[in-house]
Write a protein that binds this ligand. Structure first.
Ligand SMILES: *Cc1c(COP(=O)(O)O)cnc(C)c1O
Length: 431
C-alpha cells in the first residue's frame, strides 16, 4: 500500500517533509497526500478516503482509474511519445477534427496550459488588428474579477488588483472594466477607438484619445477564480454585438468553463454567441497538460508559419488522452453534468443554512457563498473530514468535481460539506 522510496516505505509525513525540504514553497497546500484514486474517490498513502469535489482544479474531467483513458495514453506512449510540430502525426489531427466538429469553430492551435493558450489568443487578436488596421490598436479589454493566468501578460489581463504586485513591469495594453456593465465598456471603447466613433448614439466621442485603440474583449462566461461569478447573459450578448460592430475580436477564456464543465462542450454554446477565439485547457486531456485555442473562420488564418509555436503543443500522449475525454463526454455524459449540477445546487439550497448566502454556477462549476465563515477554513475542515473542495474569490467555496462523479459519491461529499458547515457555524457562534 505505501509508496516505496529507495526501498523504504514512506508515510504521508515523510512525503510532506520531502516537499518542505526540496520544493519551492509557492503553494498553500492542504495537509493531505494523495496516492491514488478510483472514480471520484481518492486515497492517501495510509488509505484514508476522500471524495473529490475538485478534480485537480477542473482537470480530471473523467475521474480516476479510467481504464480506457489510461490504455489510450499507454498505447500512444509505447508507439510515439513526441515528435514536435515539425512533423505530422495522427493523435492531434484526430483531436482537432473532434474539437472543430463539436465546437463549430474553424481551426485549433494546441498549447500546454491555460495561461499559454490565453497568450496565444492575445497574440492572435493583436495580429488580426495589425494585419487589418496597422499599428495603433493593440489593447485588450478584460473584466474586473477575471483570472487569465500567471504569465506576465496574462497577469496583466487578469482584473484583480491582488495579482498586480511584485512583478512589474507588466505587459502594456490591457484595460479592465466592471463585469455586467455595458455602459462602462462603451465609454472605454468610445474613448479608445476613433472609428467607428460611437457604438451608442448617446455617447459623445471623448476628447482625449488614448494612444492605443482596442482590438479585443476577453471574458470568462463564469469567472472561476474570481468567485464562480456567472456573467449576465444579456451582457454577454451586448458584448458580442459591440465586438461585431467595432470589429473587435470576442475572446472567450474557457480554460475552466470548457470541456463539458457547464453541461455543454463549451459554455459559449449556451449564450447564443459566436466567439472569434476560445481558449481551453484544464479538463481537455483528463489530467495531462494540454490547452489550446479555437478560432472562427474570420481569424483562423491570422497566426501564420513562424508567428506562433510551442514545443510540446499537441503532444501525442496528451492528445490521445484528450480524444478519450471527448469520446467519453458524449451527449449523455453532458446531460448528466446538467442533472448532477442541478442535484447538487438543489440539495445545498435545501439545507437552508444561514451561513450560505448564495449557490451559483452552471453544470458542475458551482460556487457557494458563505457569510461569517472564511472559505479556506471551511475547505480545510472539509478536507479533514474526507472531502476535497476548492475556494474562489473572497467568500466562496467552489465545487468542480469530475464530470463522471456518481450520485453516491455526490451524496457522500454533500453529507461531509453539510456537517462541516453546521459545525463551523456553531463554533463561530453563528447559529
Ligand atoms: C486556470 C485558469 C487559467 C490558467 O491556466 P493554467 O493552466 O494554470 O495556465 C486561465 N484562465 C482561467 C479562466 C483559468 O481558470
Amino acid at each position: 500500500m505505501n509508496i516505496k522510496y529507495n526501498g523504504d516505505e514512506l508515510s504521508s509525513d515523510d512525503i510532506k517533509a520531502l516537499d518542505a525540504q526540496y520544493v519551492m514553497q509557492t503553494y498553500g497546500r492542504f495537509d493531505v497526500v494523495i496516492d491514488k484514486g478510483k472514480g471520484s474517490t481518492l486515497y492517501s498513502p495510509e488509505g484514508k478516503e476522500y471524495i473529490d469535489f475538485t478534480s485537480g482544479i477542473g482537470v480530471n474531467s473523467i475521474g480516476y482509474g479510467n481504464m480506457k483513458w489510461a490504455e489510450a495514453i499507454y498505447n500512444q506512449a509505447v508507439n510515439l511519445q513526441h515528435i514536435s510540430n515539425l512533423f505530422y502525426s495522427l493523435p492531434y489531427a484526430e483531436l482537432a477534427e473532434i474539437l472543430i466538429k463539436r465546437s463549430g469553430m474553424d481551426k485549433v492551435f494546441f498549447s500546454n496550459a491555460g495561461g499559454e493558450a490565453n497568450e496565444g489568443m492575445i497574440k492572435l487578436a493583436r495580429k488580426y488588428s495589425f494585419d487589418k488596421y496597422g499599428p495603433g490598436r493593440s489593447t485588450i479589454v478584460s473584466l474586473k474579477q477575471s483570472f487569465h493566468g500567471r504569465t506576465i501578460t496574462t497577469l496583466a489581463a487578469t482584473g484583480q488588483e491582488s495579482f498586480h504586485n511584485y512583478f512589474f513591469p507588466f505587459t502594456e495594453g490591457f484595460k479592465h472594466v466592471p463585469a455586467n456593465d455595458v455602459a462602462a465598456l462603451k465609454v472605454l471603447l468610445s474613448k479608445a477607438n476613433a472609428a467607428p466613433a460611437q457604438v451608442d448614439g448617446s455617447l459623445a466621442l471623448a476628447p482625449e484619445q488614448p494612444a492605443e485603440g482596442v482590438c479585443g474583449v476577453l471574458i470568462e462566461l463564469i469567472q472561476g477564480e474570481g468567485g464562480v461569478l456567472p456573467l449576465d447573459p444579456d451582457y454577454v450578448l451586448a458584448v458580442a454585438e459591440i465586438c461585431r460592430e467595432m470589429d473587435l475580436l470576442l475572446l472567450i477564456d474557457e480554460v475552466q468553463t470548457g470541456v463539458g464543465r457547464t453541461g455543454t462542450l463549451f459554455a459559449y454554446q449556451q449564450y447564443g454567441i459566436s466567439p472569434d477565439v476560445v481558449s481551453f485547457a484544464k479538463g481537455i486531456a483528463g489530467g495531462l497538460p494540454m490547452g489550446g485555442i479555437l478560432a472562427n473562420k474570420k481569424c483562423s488564418a491570422v497566426l501564420t508559419a513562424g508567428t506562433h509555436a510551442t514545443t510540446f503543443g499537441g503532444n501525442p500522449i496528451a492528445a490521445a488522452g484528450a480524444v478519450q475525454v471527448l469520446t467519453q463526454l458524449d451527449d449523455d455524459a453532458l446531460s448528466g453534468v446538467v442533472k448532477k449540477g442541478e442535484y447538487i445546487t438543489g440539495a445545498i439550497r435545501g439545507w437552508h443554512l444561514p451561513c450560505i448566502t448564495e449557490v451559483r454556477g452552471k453544470g458542475l462549476m458551482i460556487g457557494v457563498s458563505l457569510a461569517g465563515i472564511a472559505p479556506k477554513d471551511a475547505a480545510a475542515e472539509c478536507v479533514g473530514d474526507g472531502l476535497l473542495i476548492l475556494t474562489a474569490g473572497a467568500d466562496a467555496l467552489r465545487l468542480l468535481p469530475p464530470l463522471t462523479i456518481s450520485f453516491e459519491e455526490i451524496d457522500k461529499g454533500l453529507d461531509i460539506l453539510k456537517g462541516v458547515l453546521i459545525r463551523v457555524s456553531a463554533n463561530e457562534g453563528l447559529e
